[in-house]
Design a protein around this ligand. Structure first.
Ligand SMILES: Nc1nc2c(ncn2[C@@H]2O[C@H](COP(=O)(O)OP(=O)(O)OP(=O)(O)O)[C@@H](O)[C@H]2O)c(=O)[nH]1
Length: 430
């Protein structure tokens, strides 16, 4: 074989063999985990490895996705876009090592669910520039979930949300079942202005076709785009804009999307606004659901402007074996669901209730008053019943309905450990 032929065949082989990666992004509470949970039940997900990353001290999301113990990893040491890029590379290495040792069957795709606050650019940079990763994996698609009900406001107030939209090649407009047509159309127009080339997909009740996740994206999935981010950026600049739009220096990563929109981010240090932080409230005894729901309603009402996201698992008196999942996005409380059992081998091992709050501009004394409101539920049933008739209470939907159980049996995780059960080869002797 002459040299030219060798070079050609190597070049042809490399990109074909690399495992496609889908980045699933979207602001806090936009519906990423809900979408993932639906997709995880599809037969087409066999062989897909999922990496979940959360902002906050206690990981919740991986407990909310069913039947995932064997193909899901929690990236729990911080937000993917700033502190855990090394961990992300380590996870890719581990996947590759296990495949090489035939401990797991070949992986057909990796899906990374980022935190709602993640800037996708540093993650893209890792995928496209880190030598180990880009030799074996290729960024295929960036999907951003945007809430039809809250997305416009989030785009206005949170630069992270804009960056997620601009970097995406597919936009999933979630919660269309809850939005008016005017809300939806305004959001569609805003998204079009930010990222005209991205495909827009409407999502109702958290359900989208698996093809939405699996289909290759426009920009990132193009076979002719060089894997190097710098080369890709060069192509984009040549196509769209004046020179000097970007520079890759020591600490800056810039990205220009298909429409010449320009994103700049810092490579290493945490660049989340210091205005955003998280804290956890823990209860070591079962909570009274009525009192808790009313207290949470008052918390949402009083601090709506500062609460970005609240979620957790609660041990409810009288129903202690099945944790109740509590979900709030800003001042909206979503209908609770119950898990079939408490997650094992996790922060919830002790069976305590925990709520993770992600807040912005919340003063310490305000945090103290939230803690106080949630530490002392009135035991006066008559008073509770009166306040339960407050029709404007954000947590009304927690009071009225029977809480369905979601089967989430056998859910466990090993943090960074890759769990091989699903990928195990028959007869491989493991
Ligand atoms: N009605 C309705 N509710 C939805 C939809 N998508 C998500 N939800 C609800 O919105 C809440 C938040 O959804 P998640 O899937 O946890 O959102 P997320 O983007 O993973 O949240 P973070 O991981 O905190 O950023 C949950 O209570 C979901 O049930 C939808 O399309 N329709």
């Amino acid at each position: 074989m002459n040299k030219t032929t060798e070079t050609t065949s190597h070049a042809q082989q490399g990109p074909v063999d690399r495992i496609p990666v889908t980045l699933l992004t979207g602001f806090l509470g936009a519906g990423k985990t809900t979408l993932l949970n639906h997709w995880m039940h599809q037969p087409g997900m066999a062989g897909v490895a999922v990496l979940v990353n959360e902002f906050g001290e206690v990981g919740i999301d991986h407990h909310l996705v069913d039947t995932v113990s064997d193909q899901m990893l929690l990236l729990d040491s911080g937000c993917l876009c700033c502190t855990v890029q090394g961990d992300l590379v380590a996870a890719f290495r581990k996947l590759s090592d296990r495949m090489a040792r035939r401990e797991i069957a070949p992986i057909s795709r990796v899906v990374i669910e980022t935190t709602g606050l993640a800037d996708p650019v540093p993650v893209l940079y890792t995928l496209m520039e880190e030598p180990f990763v880009c030799a074996r994996y290729r960024c295929d698609t960036v999907i951003a979930a945007v809430s039809a009900t809250q997305g416009l406001l989030q785009l206005d107030e949170h630069p992270e949300s804009q960056r997620q939209v601009v970097a995406a090649d597919r936009l999933l407009i979630t919660k269309c079942d809850q939005a008016s047509s005017i809300q939806r159309e305004q959001l569609e127009a805003a998204l079009k202005a930010l990222n005209p080339q991205a495909e827009q997909v409407l999502v109702r009740n958290g359900i989208a076709d698996l093809a939405t996740l699996m289909a290759s994206g426009g920009v990132y999935g193009r076979a002719d785009v060089a894997s190097s981010l710098q080369a890709w950026l060069g192509t984009e600049i040549a196509r769209h804009g004046p020179s000097g739009l970007f520079a890759l220096d020591e600490n800056a990563i810039d990205l220009v999307n298909g429409d010449g929109h320009y994103l700049r981010t810092r490579r290493r240090s945490s660049h989340h606004s210091t205005r955003v932080r998280s804290f956890v409230i823990t209860w070591d005894r079962p909570i009274a659901w009525l009192g808790f729901s009313l207290a949470m309603g008052n918390v949402l009402r009083a601090y709506a402007a500062n609460l970005l996201r609240v979620k957790g698992l609660m041990r409810v008196a009288g129903d202690e074996a099945q944790p109740q999942v509590v979900q709030c996005v800003q001042d909206v409380a979503y209908p609770p669901v119950r898990l079939a059992a408490w997650p094992r081998d996790s922060a919830f091992d002790d069976g305590h209730s925990r709520l993770v709050f992600i807040v912005r501009d919340l003063a310490p004394e305000q945090e103290s008053s939230i803690r106080a409101l949630l530490s002392d539920f009135s035991s006066n049933m008559a008073a509770l019943r009166v306040s339960a008739t407050d029709w404007g209470l954000p947590t009304r939907c927690w009071l009225s309905q029977r809480v369905p159980i979601r089967s989430a049996t056998d859910i466990e995780h090993e943090g960074w450990e890759i769990q091989a059960r699903r990928f195990r080869l028959h007869g491989a002797g493991h």
